[in-house]
Design a binder for this molecule. Structure first.
Ligand SMILES: NC(=O)c1ccc[n+]([C@@H]2O[C@H](COP(=O)([O-])OP(=O)(O)OC[C@H]3O[C@@H](n4cnc5c(N)ncnc54)[C@H](OP(=O)(O)O)[C@@H]3O)[C@@H](O)[C@H]2O)c1
Length: 430
């Protein structure tokens, strides 16, 4: 195992501790020339299926040893397992094991041994600690925390799409991660990661996180009162799983990303800006102290950031399509409307509070998104309810002594409180 400093002078000559994600440092748990052994968690989701596509197109670079999912799409999981010839398949739902075994038998036929099956709520966590080079965490929601911690503890490189695990367990992740061990997969953070290679840490003035603005860009708060689930799921530029798509409509996703950027790059919230860029071509930018801004741009396609997560420090040729500069295009940038979309400021607030506050924010939001999708909460009710839960939680104990049980306890409370408030709203509307 080795950590290599690729320079330019990470800390600009100052004795500043390295941030969680640092493109100048290469963490290589298994130095070698062959394909990297990769575990994909959340294999059947939006991130997972795109990662599978990338791996199948690059067998000389990557070999998948394990796949995990919740268990909702066993036929797809079995097909992925057969195409990738994996060692292990993990499902959180034990009740789907017979169906998974059947689907695997149908895929493999009788001539080949079937992969090992892990099942149960900790199946992804056990798989995350298994023998491999890189774990891609593409699970949705804060349930991804335990696998994130397990991968770090086992010394794997962590390609992190599951931003929630970092947000709810920031200090826990920080305590475990070695320099360079986390490579961000969220497109904005992968963009910051790449742009940060252009200077030293001391040269960075601010991070500029771009937001498409979601399907409701330009609407006032009053106009958002009656939007439907279908409206919220119609993202203008990205095709993603349902939770992150709703989070993009409320801009909670952008709020989570501001916290994620703060935790990954150790930049104060006051130096992280959000700008609306409807085309989603520029995925984020770094402004340096000399006034230069470095931006990373591609047509919106998550296979680019996934390739950074799996391949870094190498680039994967043809990971995703590039721009066609022979046709005209318009790139626009607008300030964020914090009144219609209060989620980013609330996220900054919980990020500053630290401790269990981000976990409460995220858990309350996950419950409210569920309630909105079920028709029990209006769109604006999501942020109203989350704000109330955050306020009731108050000022948490500070971050450094945070434990996993603190996080789980805070989450359980926030989910229960959000459900109570949601039920009251539903009753009042009936
Ligand atoms: N999609 C994007 O473009 C994108 C971009 C940036 C960041 N992200 C982040 O990436 C993560 C995944 O997002 P997504 O859009 O890919 O979500 P998604 O399409 O909803 O997929 C979620 C995946 O997680 C699996 N899963 C759910 N609960 C699980 C559990 N308890 N144990 C193991 N696997 C479980 C699901 O399995 P089943 O299929 O069996 O339900 C599915 O494979 C999120 O944190 C999101 O914020 C996504």
């Amino acid at each position: 195992m080795g950590v290599t400093d690729r320079g330019p002078g990470n800390n600009g000559g100052m004795s500043v501790p390295a941030p969680l994600a640092d493109p100048h440092l290469v963490y290589d748990p298994v130095a070698g020339d062959g394909p990297k052994d990769v575990v994909i968690l959340g294999a059947t989701g939006s991130i997972g299926t795109q990662a599978v596509d990338l791996v199948l197109r690059n067998p000389d670079r990557f070999r998948v040893t394990g796949l995990s999912a919740n268990g909702g799409r066993v036929a797809l999981l079995a097909e992925q397992a057969r195409r990738l010839r994996v060692r292990t398949v993990a499902v959180a739902r034990e009740d789907v094991v017979p169906a998974l075994r059947e689907a695997l038998a149908a895929e493999y036929g009788t001539s080949e041994p079937l992969p090992e099956i892990l099942a149960g709520p900790d199946a992804a966590t056990r798989l995350a600690a298994s023998d491999c080079h890189t774990v891609l965490n593409g699970i949705t929601g804060s349930i991804g925390l335990a696998p994130t911690l397990a991968a770090l503890e086992a010394g794997r490189t962590l390609a992190l799409a599951n931003k929630e695990s970092l947000i709810v367990g920031g200090p826990l992740v920080k305590a475990l991660a070695k320099p360079g061990q986390i490579i961000p997969v969220d497109s904005e953070h992968a963009a910051l990661f790449q742009s940060l290679t252009a200077g030293t840490r001391a040269d960075v003035r601010k991070l500029v996180v771009t937001a498409s603005g979601g399907p409701f860009r330009g609407r006032t708060r009053a106009e958002l009162a009656h939007v439907t689930v279908q409206d919220a799921l119609a993202h203008p530029t990205w095709s993603m799983g349902p939770v992150i798509t709703i989070n993009s409509a409320t801009l909670v996703n952008k709020g989570l990303e501001v916290i994620e950027a703060h935790l990954l790059y150790d930049i104060p919230f006051s130096r992280i800006e959000v700008v609306v860029h409807p085309q989603s071509y520029v995925h984020s930018m770094v402004e340096f102290t000399d006034g230069s801004t470095l931006a990373q741009a591609t047509p919106p396609d998550m296979r680019g950031p996934i390739a950074i997560g799996l391949g870094w420090p190498q680039r994967v040729p043809d990971a995703a399509p590039a721009f066609d500069w022979s046709t005209a295009s318009t790139w626009e940038f607008f300030p964020l409307d914090n009144e219609a979309f209060p989620s980013v400021n609330l996220a900054r607030h919980v990020g500053e509070l630290a401790g269990t506050a981000p976990a409460v924010f995220n858990a309350a939001n996950e419950e409210c998104v569920e309630a909105f999708r079920a028709g029990a909460l209006p769109f604006n009710g999501i942020m109203e309810t989350v704000t109330r839960v955050v306020e009731e939680h108050g000022t948490p104990a500070t971050g450094t002594s945070l434990t996993v049980s603190d996080v789980l306890e805070a989450e359980t409370w926030a989910r229960a409180r959000a459900q109570e408030l949601t039920a009251q709203t539903a009753e009042a509307r009936a």
